[in-house]
Design a protein around this ligand. Structure first.
Ligand SMILES: NC(=O)c1ccc[n+]([C@@H]2O[C@H](COP(=O)([O-])OP(=O)(O)OC[C@H]3O[C@@H](n4cnc5c(N)ncnc54)[C@H](O)[C@@H]3O)[C@@H](O)[C@H]2O)c1
Length: 463
Protein backbone atom coordinates (compact mmCIF):
# COMPACT_ATOMS: atom_id res chain seq x y z
CA UNK A 1 0.00 0.00 0.00
CA UNK A 2 1.32 3.50 -0.91
CA UNK A 3 1.91 6.08 1.80
CA UNK A 4 -0.95 8.14 0.41
CA UNK A 5 -3.27 5.15 0.53
CA UNK A 6 -2.23 4.42 4.04
CA UNK A 7 -2.81 8.05 5.03
CA UNK A 8 -6.26 7.94 3.44
CA UNK A 9 -7.28 4.80 5.29
CA UNK A 10 -6.06 6.34 8.56
CA UNK A 11 -8.39 9.25 7.99
CA UNK A 12 -11.43 7.23 6.97
CA UNK A 13 -14.40 7.70 9.32
CA UNK A 14 -14.54 3.94 10.06
CA UNK A 15 -10.96 3.87 11.24
CA UNK A 16 -11.38 7.04 13.28
CA UNK A 17 -14.41 5.48 14.98
CA UNK A 18 -12.44 2.36 15.77
CA UNK A 19 -9.61 4.47 17.21
CA UNK A 20 -12.07 6.46 19.28
CA UNK A 21 -13.73 3.30 20.63
CA UNK A 22 -10.34 1.76 21.42
CA UNK A 23 -9.09 4.87 23.19
CA UNK A 24 -12.26 5.16 25.32
CA UNK A 25 -12.20 1.51 26.32
CA UNK A 26 -12.17 1.15 30.09
CA UNK A 27 -9.10 -0.45 31.61
CA UNK A 28 -9.84 -3.39 33.90
CA UNK A 29 -7.80 -5.34 36.44
CA UNK A 30 -8.98 -8.65 37.93
CA UNK A 31 -8.09 -9.59 41.51
CA UNK A 32 -8.34 -13.28 42.45
CA UNK A 33 -7.59 -15.53 39.47
CA UNK A 34 -9.38 -18.77 40.42
CA UNK A 35 -12.35 -20.40 38.68
CA UNK A 36 -14.78 -17.51 38.51
CA UNK A 37 -12.29 -14.98 37.19
CA UNK A 38 -12.13 -16.85 33.86
CA UNK A 39 -15.58 -15.64 32.83
CA UNK A 40 -14.46 -11.99 33.00
CA UNK A 41 -10.98 -12.61 31.63
CA UNK A 42 -12.32 -14.55 28.67
CA UNK A 43 -15.00 -11.93 27.96
CA UNK A 44 -12.44 -9.09 27.95
CA UNK A 45 -10.10 -11.13 25.78
CA UNK A 46 -12.75 -12.11 23.22
CA UNK A 47 -16.45 -11.13 23.04
CA UNK A 48 -15.96 -7.79 24.80
CA UNK A 49 -12.46 -6.99 23.52
CA UNK A 50 -13.76 -3.82 21.89
CA UNK A 51 -15.58 -2.65 24.99
CA UNK A 52 -12.91 -3.01 27.62
CA UNK A 53 -9.25 -3.82 28.05
CA UNK A 54 -7.83 -6.23 30.58
CA UNK A 55 -4.57 -4.65 31.76
CA UNK A 56 -3.56 -6.56 34.89
CA UNK A 57 -4.14 -9.58 37.10
CA UNK A 58 -3.58 -9.71 40.86
CA UNK A 59 -3.40 -12.72 43.20
CA UNK A 60 -1.20 -13.80 46.10
CA UNK A 61 -0.35 -17.05 44.30
CA UNK A 62 2.29 -16.62 41.59
CA UNK A 63 1.72 -20.08 40.07
CA UNK A 64 -1.98 -19.38 39.63
CA UNK A 65 -1.16 -15.96 38.14
CA UNK A 66 1.23 -17.49 35.66
CA UNK A 67 -1.32 -20.11 34.62
CA UNK A 68 -4.01 -17.41 34.24
CA UNK A 69 -1.72 -15.49 31.90
CA UNK A 70 -0.94 -18.65 29.94
CA UNK A 71 -4.68 -19.31 29.52
CA UNK A 72 -5.16 -15.72 28.44
CA UNK A 73 -2.86 -16.19 25.48
CA UNK A 74 -3.26 -19.89 24.67
CA UNK A 75 -6.99 -20.39 25.28
CA UNK A 76 -8.43 -16.95 24.81
CA UNK A 77 -6.03 -15.63 22.12
CA UNK A 78 -4.95 -12.41 23.88
CA UNK A 79 -1.59 -11.09 25.01
CA UNK A 80 -0.45 -11.81 28.57
CA UNK A 81 -0.90 -8.89 30.96
CA UNK A 82 1.05 -7.50 33.91
CA UNK A 83 0.69 -9.49 37.14
CA UNK A 84 0.83 -8.17 40.70
CA UNK A 85 0.76 -9.48 44.25
CA UNK A 86 -1.89 -7.95 46.60
CA UNK A 87 0.77 -5.92 48.42
CA UNK A 88 1.35 -4.04 45.13
CA UNK A 89 -2.37 -3.50 44.45
CA UNK A 90 -2.14 0.32 44.56
CA UNK A 91 0.99 0.29 42.37
CA UNK A 92 -0.93 -1.86 39.88
CA UNK A 93 -3.77 0.67 39.77
CA UNK A 94 -1.53 3.65 39.14
CA UNK A 95 1.01 2.00 36.86
CA UNK A 96 -1.57 0.24 34.68
CA UNK A 97 -3.99 3.22 34.79
CA UNK A 98 -6.84 0.96 35.92
CA UNK A 99 -10.39 2.38 35.72
CA UNK A 100 -12.30 -0.54 37.25
CA UNK A 101 -11.23 -3.41 39.45
CA UNK A 102 -13.10 -6.72 39.09
CA UNK A 103 -13.06 -8.59 42.41
CA UNK A 104 -13.18 -12.39 42.10
CA UNK A 105 -11.10 -13.34 45.13
CA UNK A 106 -12.42 -15.37 48.09
CA UNK A 107 -15.41 -13.75 49.77
CA UNK A 108 -13.79 -12.51 52.98
CA UNK A 109 -11.34 -10.40 50.95
CA UNK A 110 -13.90 -8.60 48.73
CA UNK A 111 -14.32 -5.58 51.03
CA UNK A 112 -10.57 -5.01 51.20
CA UNK A 113 -10.17 -4.75 47.41
CA UNK A 114 -13.36 -2.76 46.91
CA UNK A 115 -12.27 -0.18 49.50
CA UNK A 116 -8.66 -0.02 48.29
CA UNK A 117 -9.77 0.26 44.65
CA UNK A 118 -12.10 3.16 45.48
CA UNK A 119 -9.53 4.94 47.61
CA UNK A 120 -7.16 4.69 44.65
CA UNK A 121 -9.77 6.29 42.34
CA UNK A 122 -11.37 3.23 40.70
CA UNK A 123 -14.87 1.87 40.39
CA UNK A 124 -15.34 -1.75 41.39
CA UNK A 125 -17.26 -4.76 40.16
CA UNK A 126 -17.64 -7.46 42.79
CA UNK A 127 -18.67 -11.06 42.56
CA UNK A 128 -21.35 -12.12 44.97
CA UNK A 129 -21.53 -12.07 47.92
CA UNK A 130 -20.60 -8.39 48.23
CA UNK A 131 -18.98 -9.37 51.53
CA UNK A 132 -19.54 -11.74 54.47
CA UNK A 133 -20.43 -9.78 57.61
CA UNK A 134 -21.78 -6.48 58.95
CA UNK A 135 -18.39 -4.86 59.71
CA UNK A 136 -17.02 -5.50 56.23
CA UNK A 137 -20.31 -4.31 54.73
CA UNK A 138 -19.98 -1.02 56.68
CA UNK A 139 -16.44 -0.56 55.36
CA UNK A 140 -17.70 -0.84 51.77
CA UNK A 141 -20.59 1.58 52.32
CA UNK A 142 -18.21 4.07 54.03
CA UNK A 143 -15.82 3.91 51.08
CA UNK A 144 -18.61 4.59 48.60
CA UNK A 145 -19.76 7.62 50.63
CA UNK A 146 -16.21 8.88 51.03
CA UNK A 147 -15.09 8.46 47.41
CA UNK A 148 -18.30 8.71 45.37
CA UNK A 149 -17.15 5.67 43.39
CA UNK A 150 -19.49 3.01 41.97
CA UNK A 151 -19.84 -0.61 42.91
CA UNK A 152 -21.64 -3.18 40.76
CA UNK A 153 -22.49 -6.54 42.34
CA UNK A 154 -22.81 -9.19 39.64
CA UNK A 155 -26.09 -10.94 40.29
CA UNK A 156 -26.08 -13.11 37.19
CA UNK A 157 -29.27 -14.96 38.19
CA UNK A 158 -31.33 -11.80 37.61
CA UNK A 159 -30.29 -11.98 33.94
CA UNK A 160 -31.36 -15.58 33.27
CA UNK A 161 -34.28 -15.12 30.82
CA UNK A 162 -36.65 -17.28 32.86
CA UNK A 163 -35.88 -15.37 36.07
CA UNK A 164 -36.42 -12.08 34.24
CA UNK A 165 -39.79 -13.44 33.04
CA UNK A 166 -40.85 -14.03 36.67
CA UNK A 167 -40.06 -10.39 37.40
CA UNK A 168 -42.20 -9.31 34.42
CA UNK A 169 -45.18 -11.40 35.53
CA UNK A 170 -44.99 -10.09 39.10
CA UNK A 171 -44.53 -6.51 37.86
CA UNK A 172 -47.65 -6.89 35.68
CA UNK A 173 -49.71 -7.29 38.85
CA UNK A 174 -51.08 -10.67 37.67
CA UNK A 175 -51.20 -12.05 41.23
CA UNK A 176 -51.97 -8.72 42.88
CA UNK A 177 -50.17 -7.65 46.02
CA UNK A 178 -47.62 -10.26 47.11
CA UNK A 179 -48.30 -11.45 50.63
CA UNK A 180 -46.06 -14.48 51.04
CA UNK A 181 -43.29 -16.48 49.38
CA UNK A 182 -42.33 -20.11 49.81
CA UNK A 183 -38.84 -20.88 48.51
CA UNK A 184 -36.79 -24.06 48.57
CA UNK A 185 -33.32 -24.33 47.00
CA UNK A 186 -31.57 -27.66 46.55
CA UNK A 187 -27.82 -28.10 45.96
CA UNK A 188 -26.87 -31.62 45.01
CA UNK A 189 -24.14 -33.95 46.23
CA UNK A 190 -21.75 -32.75 43.48
CA UNK A 191 -22.14 -28.96 43.45
CA UNK A 192 -23.38 -28.72 47.05
CA UNK A 193 -20.54 -30.96 48.24
CA UNK A 194 -17.99 -28.67 46.60
CA UNK A 195 -18.51 -26.02 49.29
CA UNK A 196 -17.35 -28.55 51.88
CA UNK A 197 -14.08 -29.37 50.11
CA UNK A 198 -12.42 -25.97 50.10
CA UNK A 199 -12.26 -22.46 51.65
CA UNK A 200 -16.06 -22.06 51.92
CA UNK A 201 -16.16 -24.76 54.65
CA UNK A 202 -14.66 -22.19 57.07
CA UNK A 203 -17.42 -19.72 57.92
CA UNK A 204 -14.94 -16.86 58.32
CA UNK A 205 -14.10 -17.15 54.61
CA UNK A 206 -17.60 -17.36 53.14
CA UNK A 207 -20.17 -16.39 55.77
CA UNK A 208 -21.49 -19.94 55.34
CA UNK A 209 -24.03 -20.87 52.66
CA UNK A 210 -26.52 -18.42 54.21
CA UNK A 211 -24.32 -15.64 52.83
CA UNK A 212 -22.13 -17.22 50.17
CA UNK A 213 -24.86 -19.07 48.31
CA UNK A 214 -28.17 -17.67 49.53
CA UNK A 215 -27.12 -14.11 48.64
CA UNK A 216 -28.23 -15.10 45.09
CA UNK A 217 -31.60 -16.32 46.35
CA UNK A 218 -32.28 -13.47 48.77
CA UNK A 219 -31.32 -10.99 46.07
CA UNK A 220 -33.76 -12.60 43.64
CA UNK A 221 -36.58 -12.34 46.17
CA UNK A 222 -35.77 -8.69 47.07
CA UNK A 223 -35.77 -7.89 43.35
CA UNK A 224 -38.79 -10.02 42.42
CA UNK A 225 -41.06 -8.64 45.15
CA UNK A 226 -39.44 -5.20 45.14
CA UNK A 227 -38.85 -5.08 48.88
CA UNK A 228 -36.17 -5.47 51.53
CA UNK A 229 -35.89 -7.70 54.60
CA UNK A 230 -37.22 -6.31 57.88
CA UNK A 231 -36.74 -9.17 60.34
CA UNK A 232 -35.23 -12.66 60.17
CA UNK A 233 -35.27 -15.82 62.22
CA UNK A 234 -33.29 -18.92 61.25
CA UNK A 235 -32.19 -22.36 62.35
CA UNK A 236 -29.45 -24.37 60.70
CA UNK A 237 -27.06 -27.23 61.29
CA UNK A 238 -24.40 -29.40 59.75
CA UNK A 239 -26.45 -32.58 59.41
CA UNK A 240 -24.89 -34.52 56.52
CA UNK A 241 -21.27 -33.54 55.77
CA UNK A 242 -18.52 -33.64 58.41
CA UNK A 243 -16.92 -36.59 60.20
CA UNK A 244 -19.37 -36.85 63.07
CA UNK A 245 -22.41 -37.10 60.81
CA UNK A 246 -20.74 -39.70 58.60
CA UNK A 247 -19.74 -41.74 61.65
CA UNK A 248 -23.34 -41.73 62.87
CA UNK A 249 -24.36 -43.20 59.51
CA UNK A 250 -21.80 -46.00 59.93
CA UNK A 251 -18.91 -44.74 57.77
CA UNK A 252 -15.65 -46.13 59.10
CA UNK A 253 -13.04 -45.10 56.51
CA UNK A 254 -11.90 -41.49 56.64
CA UNK A 255 -9.26 -39.46 54.86
CA UNK A 256 -8.12 -35.88 54.82
CA UNK A 257 -7.79 -35.10 51.11
CA UNK A 258 -8.27 -37.01 47.85
CA UNK A 259 -4.90 -36.57 46.18
CA UNK A 260 -2.78 -39.65 46.72
CA UNK A 261 -5.35 -41.38 48.93
CA UNK A 262 -6.66 -44.86 48.14
CA UNK A 263 -9.82 -44.50 50.30
CA UNK A 264 -10.80 -41.47 48.21
CA UNK A 265 -10.82 -43.66 45.09
CA UNK A 266 -13.88 -45.40 46.56
CA UNK A 267 -15.62 -42.21 47.72
CA UNK A 268 -18.20 -40.84 45.24
CA UNK A 269 -17.90 -37.45 46.99
CA UNK A 270 -14.17 -37.17 46.30
CA UNK A 271 -12.78 -34.65 43.81
CA UNK A 272 -9.86 -35.99 41.75
CA UNK A 273 -7.74 -33.09 40.60
CA UNK A 274 -4.86 -35.03 39.07
CA UNK A 275 -6.93 -36.22 36.10
CA UNK A 276 -8.39 -32.80 35.20
CA UNK A 277 -5.89 -30.37 33.70
CA UNK A 278 -7.54 -27.12 34.81
CA UNK A 279 -8.09 -28.30 38.36
CA UNK A 280 -4.58 -29.68 38.54
CA UNK A 281 -2.90 -26.57 37.20
CA UNK A 282 -5.08 -24.01 39.02
CA UNK A 283 -4.95 -25.62 42.43
CA UNK A 284 -2.79 -28.74 42.87
CA UNK A 285 0.32 -27.32 41.24
CA UNK A 286 -0.15 -23.97 43.02
CA UNK A 287 -0.86 -25.19 46.54
CA UNK A 288 2.75 -25.31 47.75
CA UNK A 289 2.64 -21.48 47.85
CA UNK A 290 -0.53 -20.89 49.89
CA UNK A 291 -1.64 -24.26 51.25
CA UNK A 292 -5.00 -24.02 49.44
CA UNK A 293 -6.23 -27.64 49.25
CA UNK A 294 -9.14 -27.89 46.83
CA UNK A 295 -9.90 -31.58 47.39
CA UNK A 296 -10.51 -32.01 51.11
CA UNK A 297 -12.84 -34.83 52.17
CA UNK A 298 -16.37 -33.60 52.81
CA UNK A 299 -16.42 -36.08 55.69
CA UNK A 300 -13.37 -34.69 57.45
CA UNK A 301 -13.25 -32.49 60.54
CA UNK A 302 -13.00 -28.70 60.56
CA UNK A 303 -16.24 -27.69 58.82
CA UNK A 304 -17.87 -24.64 60.43
CA UNK A 305 -20.72 -24.01 57.96
CA UNK A 306 -24.23 -25.48 57.84
CA UNK A 307 -25.64 -27.77 55.15
CA UNK A 308 -29.33 -27.52 56.10
CA UNK A 309 -30.95 -24.15 56.91
CA UNK A 310 -34.48 -22.81 57.43
CA UNK A 311 -35.20 -19.09 57.44
CA UNK A 312 -38.29 -17.04 58.18
CA UNK A 313 -38.25 -13.50 56.77
CA UNK A 314 -40.63 -10.55 57.18
CA UNK A 315 -40.24 -7.94 54.44
CA UNK A 316 -40.76 -4.18 54.72
CA UNK A 317 -43.64 -4.54 52.23
CA UNK A 318 -45.45 -6.72 54.81
CA UNK A 319 -44.85 -9.95 52.85
CA UNK A 320 -43.29 -12.95 54.57
CA UNK A 321 -41.07 -15.76 53.27
CA UNK A 322 -40.26 -19.29 54.35
CA UNK A 323 -36.93 -20.35 52.81
CA UNK A 324 -34.98 -23.59 52.97
CA UNK A 325 -31.52 -24.46 51.64
CA UNK A 326 -30.31 -28.06 51.47
CA UNK A 327 -26.75 -28.81 50.29
CA UNK A 328 -26.89 -32.62 50.07
CA UNK A 329 -29.82 -33.20 47.71
CA UNK A 330 -29.91 -35.93 45.02
CA UNK A 331 -30.82 -33.30 42.41
CA UNK A 332 -30.25 -29.60 41.96
CA UNK A 333 -32.74 -26.81 41.44
CA UNK A 334 -35.40 -24.76 43.17
CA UNK A 335 -39.09 -24.36 43.77
CA UNK A 336 -40.71 -21.05 44.60
CA UNK A 337 -44.31 -19.94 44.99
CA UNK A 338 -45.61 -16.39 45.41
CA UNK A 339 -49.05 -15.92 47.00
CA UNK A 340 -50.84 -12.69 46.08
CA UNK A 341 -54.21 -11.06 46.55
CA UNK A 342 -55.27 -12.11 43.02
CA UNK A 343 -53.59 -15.49 42.72
CA UNK A 344 -50.41 -17.50 42.96
CA UNK A 345 -47.31 -17.88 40.78
CA UNK A 346 -45.41 -21.18 40.92
CA UNK A 347 -41.94 -21.55 39.43
CA UNK A 348 -39.96 -24.80 39.35
CA UNK A 349 -36.46 -25.17 37.93
CA UNK A 350 -34.07 -28.09 37.64
CA UNK A 351 -30.53 -26.77 37.35
CA UNK A 352 -27.42 -28.21 35.75
CA UNK A 353 -25.02 -29.04 38.54
CA UNK A 354 -21.38 -28.08 38.06
CA UNK A 355 -17.97 -28.06 39.65
CA UNK A 356 -16.14 -24.77 39.30
CA UNK A 357 -12.93 -24.93 37.22
CA UNK A 358 -13.44 -28.40 35.80
CA UNK A 359 -12.19 -28.89 32.27
CA UNK A 360 -13.88 -28.07 28.98
CA UNK A 361 -16.31 -25.41 29.93
CA UNK A 362 -16.61 -21.84 28.79
CA UNK A 363 -17.42 -20.21 32.09
CA UNK A 364 -15.09 -22.17 34.35
CA UNK A 365 -17.87 -24.59 35.12
CA UNK A 366 -18.69 -27.99 33.80
CA UNK A 367 -21.98 -29.79 33.80
CA UNK A 368 -21.70 -33.02 35.66
CA UNK A 369 -22.85 -36.25 34.17
CA UNK A 370 -26.13 -36.72 36.00
CA UNK A 371 -27.20 -40.20 36.94
CA UNK A 372 -30.94 -40.61 37.38
CA UNK A 373 -31.69 -36.89 37.48
CA UNK A 374 -31.50 -35.51 33.95
CA UNK A 375 -30.79 -31.81 33.86
CA UNK A 376 -33.14 -31.24 30.94
CA UNK A 377 -36.40 -31.38 32.90
CA UNK A 378 -37.94 -28.15 31.64
CA UNK A 379 -38.46 -25.24 33.96
CA UNK A 380 -42.10 -24.45 34.60
CA UNK A 381 -43.82 -21.17 35.36
CA UNK A 382 -47.51 -21.47 36.22
CA UNK A 383 -49.90 -18.64 36.97
CA UNK A 384 -52.97 -19.52 39.01
CA UNK A 385 -55.52 -16.70 39.10
CA UNK A 386 -58.49 -16.89 41.45
CA UNK A 387 -61.40 -18.71 39.75
CA UNK A 388 -59.44 -19.33 36.54
CA UNK A 389 -57.68 -22.22 34.81
CA UNK A 390 -53.90 -22.37 35.43
CA UNK A 391 -51.88 -20.58 32.76
CA UNK A 392 -48.48 -21.95 31.70
CA UNK A 393 -46.35 -18.85 31.10
CA UNK A 394 -43.93 -19.13 28.15
CA UNK A 395 -40.40 -17.80 28.50
CA UNK A 396 -37.24 -17.74 26.42
CA UNK A 397 -35.62 -21.16 26.56
CA UNK A 398 -31.86 -21.22 26.39
CA UNK A 399 -29.44 -24.10 26.68
CA UNK A 400 -26.55 -21.73 27.35
CA UNK A 401 -24.39 -22.74 30.29
CA UNK A 402 -23.55 -20.21 32.98
CA UNK A 403 -26.49 -19.82 35.35
CA UNK A 404 -29.40 -20.31 32.96
CA UNK A 405 -27.93 -17.93 30.36
CA UNK A 406 -27.54 -15.22 33.01
CA UNK A 407 -23.75 -14.92 32.67
CA UNK A 408 -23.77 -13.88 28.99
CA UNK A 409 -26.44 -11.24 29.52
CA UNK A 410 -24.74 -9.95 32.66
CA UNK A 411 -21.46 -9.52 30.74
CA UNK A 412 -23.23 -7.58 27.98
CA UNK A 413 -24.73 -5.25 30.57
CA UNK A 414 -21.41 -4.84 32.41
CA UNK A 415 -19.19 -4.16 29.43
CA UNK A 416 -21.61 -2.56 26.95
CA UNK A 417 -24.56 -1.40 29.07
CA UNK A 418 -26.15 1.91 28.15
CA UNK A 419 -29.67 0.64 27.51
CA UNK A 420 -32.54 1.46 29.84
CA UNK A 421 -33.61 -1.76 31.55
CA UNK A 422 -37.26 -1.74 32.67
CA UNK A 423 -36.48 -4.73 34.90
CA UNK A 424 -33.63 -2.92 36.70
CA UNK A 425 -31.31 -5.91 36.64
CA UNK A 426 -28.03 -4.06 37.30
CA UNK A 427 -27.30 -4.24 41.03
CA UNK A 428 -25.36 -1.69 43.06
CA UNK A 429 -24.06 -1.60 46.66
CA UNK A 430 -27.59 -1.02 48.01
CA UNK A 431 -28.88 -4.24 46.43
CA UNK A 432 -25.60 -5.91 47.38
CA UNK A 433 -26.14 -4.89 51.00
CA UNK A 434 -29.78 -5.97 51.09
CA UNK A 435 -28.93 -9.33 49.52
CA UNK A 436 -26.46 -10.23 52.28
CA UNK A 437 -28.40 -8.74 55.19
CA UNK A 438 -30.86 -11.65 55.25
CA UNK A 439 -27.98 -14.14 55.43
CA UNK A 440 -25.96 -12.11 57.94
CA UNK A 441 -29.08 -11.78 60.12
CA UNK A 442 -29.76 -15.51 59.71
CA UNK A 443 -26.22 -16.28 60.92
CA UNK A 444 -26.80 -14.07 63.99
CA UNK A 445 -30.21 -15.70 64.57
CA UNK A 446 -28.69 -19.20 64.37
CA UNK A 447 -25.86 -18.31 66.75
CA UNK A 448 -27.93 -16.36 69.27
CA UNK A 449 -31.24 -18.24 68.86
CA UNK A 450 -33.26 -15.06 68.47
CA UNK A 451 -35.02 -13.11 65.74
CA UNK A 452 -32.94 -10.26 64.25
CA UNK A 453 -34.14 -6.75 63.39
CA UNK A 454 -32.74 -6.26 59.88
CA UNK A 455 -33.74 -2.60 59.61
CA UNK A 456 -31.57 -1.88 62.64
CA UNK A 457 -28.73 -3.88 61.08
CA UNK A 458 -29.17 -1.99 57.79
CA UNK A 459 -28.96 1.38 59.56
CA UNK A 460 -25.75 0.20 61.21
CA UNK A 461 -24.05 -0.94 58.00
CA UNK A 462 -25.21 2.01 55.95
CA UNK A 463 -23.89 4.48 58.55
N1 LIG B 1 -21.82 -15.52 40.50
C1 LIG B 1 -21.59 -16.80 40.54
O1 LIG B 1 -22.43 -17.56 40.13
C2 LIG B 1 -20.28 -17.31 41.09
C3 LIG B 1 -19.81 -18.59 40.75
C4 LIG B 1 -18.60 -19.01 41.30
C5 LIG B 1 -17.88 -18.17 42.14
N2 LIG B 1 -18.36 -16.94 42.44
C6 LIG B 1 -17.62 -16.04 43.34
O2 LIG B 1 -16.35 -15.77 42.80
C7 LIG B 1 -15.39 -15.65 43.85
C8 LIG B 1 -14.24 -16.62 43.59
O3 LIG B 1 -14.73 -17.95 43.64
P1 LIG B 1 -13.93 -19.12 42.88
O4 LIG B 1 -14.85 -20.27 42.80
O5 LIG B 1 -13.30 -18.59 41.66
O6 LIG B 1 -12.80 -19.45 43.96
P2 LIG B 1 -11.35 -20.05 43.69
O7 LIG B 1 -10.97 -20.72 44.93
O8 LIG B 1 -11.33 -20.82 42.42
O9 LIG B 1 -10.45 -18.75 43.47
C9 LIG B 1 -10.22 -17.83 44.50
C10 LIG B 1 -8.99 -17.02 44.16
O10 LIG B 1 -8.82 -16.02 45.18
C11 LIG B 1 -7.44 -15.94 45.46
N3 LIG B 1 -7.19 -15.39 46.78
C12 LIG B 1 -7.14 -16.00 47.99
N4 LIG B 1 -6.82 -15.11 48.96
C13 LIG B 1 -6.68 -13.92 48.34
C14 LIG B 1 -6.33 -12.62 48.80
N5 LIG B 1 -6.09 -12.37 50.08
N6 LIG B 1 -6.26 -11.64 47.88
C15 LIG B 1 -6.50 -11.86 46.56
N7 LIG B 1 -6.84 -13.08 46.08
C16 LIG B 1 -6.92 -14.09 46.96
C17 LIG B 1 -6.94 -17.36 45.33
O11 LIG B 1 -5.53 -17.41 45.18
C18 LIG B 1 -7.71 -17.85 44.11
O12 LIG B 1 -6.99 -17.56 42.94
C19 LIG B 1 -16.12 -15.91 45.15
O13 LIG B 1 -16.46 -14.68 45.75
C20 LIG B 1 -17.38 -16.63 44.70
O14 LIG B 1 -18.49 -16.38 45.54
C21 LIG B 1 -19.53 -16.50 41.91
Amino acid sequence: MSNTGCFRSFRSPGFRDTLRVMSTRKRYAVVGVGGRSKMYVKALASTHREHGELVALCDPNSVRLEYANEQLSEEFGANPVATYSPRDFETMISRERVDTVIVTSIDRTHHDYIVRAMDAGCDAISEKPMTVDAEKCSAINDAIRRTGKNLTVTFNYRYAPRNSRVKEVLLSGAIGEIKSVHFEWLLDTSHGADYFRRWHRDKRNSGGLMVHKATHHFDLVNWWINSTPKSVFAVGDLVFYGKENAEKRGLTEFYDRSTGNSIARRDPFALHMDSKEKLRRTYLEAEHEDGYRRDQSVFSDGISIEDDMSVLVRYNSGASMTYHLTAYSPWEGFRIAFNGTKGRLEYNVTEVSYISTSDSDIHGEQAIDKKGHPADIPAELVLHRHWQEPEYIPFEQTDESGHGGGDTRLLNDLFIGGERDPLGRAADHVAGTDSILTGIAANIAMAEKRPVDVNELRNRVQG
